[in-house]
Design a protein around this ligand. Sequence first.
Ligand code: SF4
Ligand code: SF4
Length: 101
Amino acid sequence: MQKQQETLTNKSKKCSVYGPVANVYAAANTGSWRLERPKVDFEACVKCGTCEKYCPANVIDVIKDKVECIEIDFNYCKGCGICANECPKKCISMVPERSEG
Ligand code: SF4
Ligand code: SF4
């Protein structure tokens, strides 16, 4: 229980802009039960940062000087698809969690 609270507290530090309810939502480890996950076409990505801005769980980092410039923390990604929906280049697709791709 204490470890879980520490995890929530640590995760909440990153997500503090969203308020207490969203912080708990964002801090829930969803890696084991998410149905879909985002897959990025790095060649089409223009590194605009829109996905990072709209992700409600705040788990996307755009690292502009890397070829694979989008890093997603899949321990906490909810599979909601908002990043895919908001991407102006449509270079994020949602794929079934258990697929190979
Ligand atoms: S919104 Fe799309 S184009 Fe913009 S950084 Fe994210 S993946 Fe790349
Ligand atoms: S699927 Fe949802 S939670 Fe996961 S990275 Fe995209 S916007 Fe964030």
